[in-house]
Design a binder for this molecule. Sequence first.
Ligand code: FMN
Length: 360
Amino acid sequence: MSVYESAVRPLLFRLDAERAHNLTLAASELGGRSDFVRRAAGRAFTLRDPRLETTLAGLPVPNPLGLAAGFDKNARAVRMLGNLGFGHLEIGSVSADASDGNPKPRLFRVPQDEAIVVAYGVPNEGAQVVRERLAAPRRVPVGVNLVKTNDPARPATGPEVYEDYAASLVALQDRADYIALNLSCPNSAADKDFFDDLTRLDELLARLAQAEVRRPLILKLKPTRDAGVLREIVAIADGHPFVSGFAINLPSGKPADLRFTVARDSLEKLPGAVGGPPVEDFVNAILGTLKSITGDRYALIAAGGVTTAEAAYTKLQLGATAVQLYTGLVYHGPALVKQILSGLLALLERDGIADVRALS
Ligand SMILES: Cc1cc2nc3c(=O)[nH]c(=O)nc-3n(C[C@H](O)[C@H](O)[C@H](O)COP(=O)(O)O)c2cc1C
C-alpha cells in the first residue's frame, strides 16, 4: 500500500469528492512553486527507460502514459504534475469564456468499483486565464483540451459553436504542444449531441483551418460502437490534414454495457458519466474498431479504466499510441504512474517485445 492509499486517501475520502479534488489540486499548485518539492517529487515518481520512449502525434514523449483531461482544467498545477512521471499532460477542458459548470453536487465516488461519476459540465476559467498560466515552464509535453463554452442560456447552434472553438484555439495553441477537441462533453446537457450530425464536424474543422491550426490536433470523440460512424469520422478527418489523431470520451450516463459490481439502482441516482474500471471494456472495444479503420495513419489516445500496467498494456496492444488516466489517481495516488510504467517494462520483457513502440 502506498502512503497515499494508507494515509492520504482516507482523509480525502471523508470530504465531498469535489472538495477533495480542489484540495489536491491546490496542494499540487503550491508544491509546484517550490524547486525542492518538485525535485523531490521528480526523484520519487519518475521512471525513465528508453524502452518506454515513444512519439505522440510527432511529439517525443518519455513514456506513453499521460494525465487525462479534467484533472487540471485550468492549468494550475502543471509544474507539479510534470514531475509525477507522466509522459504528457492534457489540461482542460478549456472554453473560450469562463463557465461555472453544472450545479453541485456534481462529482461522486463509487468505491466498490473504484469509479467516479462526474457531472461537472466543464467548469473552467476560460481561455485567456489558462493562456497566462501556460507560460510556466514544463517538463513534458502539454496538450490543451478545448470545449465549447457551457452556457445553458446559449445552447449550441451552428457558427457560434465553431467560433467558440476557434477563439480558444487562437488563444491557446501557441502555448500547447497539441490541441484536443472535446466534441462531446457528456455533461453539457444542451451540447452533448451537437456533433452527431457529422457535417458539423466537417464545418468545425473547416473553420479551424481558417484560423490556422499550427499544432497536432486530436479529436476526442463521443464514444460509439457503430463502425460506420467511426469510418465517416475518419473520412472527414482525412480531408483536414492537420488532424493527427483521435481519443475516446466517456459515454453519457450509464450504458448497459458498463461493468459494475455495485447495484445499478444506486448508481442511477448519481447524475453524470462514469470514469474508471467500469468503462474499460467499453472503450477498448471502440479503440479496437478505430484502430482497424485508421491503421497507422493517426495517433490514438486511449483513456478509460487504466489502473494497472495490464490495463495500459492492453490498450497499447489494441493500437493506442498513448494511454491516459484520471480516476486511477483518485484511488491510488501519484505512485500509480511509476507502478504502471515499471509493470509495462515487466510485461514487455515477459513477451519478448523490445519497446512500447513495437506494441501499437
Ligand atoms: C472528474 C472527471 C472530469 C473530467 N473532465 C473532463 C474534461 O473536462 N474534458 C475531457 O475531455 N474529459 C474529461 N474527463 C474524461 C477523462 O479525460 C478520461 O477520458 C476518462 O475519465 C477516462 O479515464 P479514467 O477511467 O482513467 O478516468 C473527466 C473525467 C473525470 C473522472
